[in-house]
Design a protein around this ligand. Sequence first.
Ligand code: PEP
Ligand code: MN
Length: 332
Amino acid sequence: MIIEFRETATGPLLERLLAENDGVAVRDDAGHWAVISSKVVQVPDYFAPHAGRVVVCKSDVQLASRSFHAGLREVALGPVRIGGTTGHTALIAGPCAVESEEQIRTVAVALRDQGVRILRAGCFKPRTSPYSFQGLGLKGLELLARIRAEFGLAISTEVRDATHVDAVIEHADIVQIGAKAMYDHGILRACGACRKTILIKRGFGATLQEFIQAAEFVLSGGNPHVVLCERGIRTFESKTRFTLDLCGVSYLKEHTNLPVVVDPSHAMGYAYGVPDLARASVALGIDGLLVEVHPDPAKARSDASQQLDLAAWAALLPSLRAVAQSVGRRIV
Ligand code: PEP
Ligand code: MN
């Protein structure tokens, strides 16, 4: 249950409400709320005189729910706004990882010339093996900061664990919480305490409920700038890397107030499927599309098989614009 509280809800009163009902106080620009367990469906008598708007939620999806926020939230992705009534589908593109200045610069030039405003690239890579490229770390973040200053691109980069979350928050415009980090509460809480836009990727074994509840941790920390990203889930199928859950995307669009981004690259795992999945995703009316693009995918130090080369990415853009237009949206 979400209870908007008045100034008269003094410290001890609020503390009692939160302590007795496993609650969290959330203060952001739009107001002050006590968000307590969804099992509670009535405001306790002692708190009733201090309550404003009350929202009863069916589950612990509360701040992310349509009951709380009837429309879609508007969120900034760097210079671009998505969600709300914008009708925008933002493009986020770039290599899996920052590998060298030349590599990231080549991608940045292409994106800038195409009018793409958001560059993605990881510096702290959550690899499945300790014996593969782990990313350039802080050096990569500094490189991205220089690229942003020079090209005016917004930077989306991922946080792997809580040890470097502050550095990523400091350097990124969009902080990406990777699929393997979706359950990391150190990361979620640090992201809740900042005011950067947080793009949370769905864990590949996470249900939609678990995914949205990860977002609730950030929202209940007081950061309303949250975007969900579907990137494929693990199924019995092994011919593709993961299975892109477009049913899940429809569910998120219907039941949450958060903008939804789709990443077909990690879902498919092979470049050949990415353009079709990207178009299918845009046709769903998504708020953002994230695609891995590399100047020389064969030489990529991570996720080589799934990255589009610059020519394939350039060839995809006109059809994305056409599909977006056909469903009443605009690519930005
Ligand atoms: C990535 O974006 O490069 C990445 C590691 O993605 P995910 O967290 O979805 O696996
Ligand atoms: Mn990747």
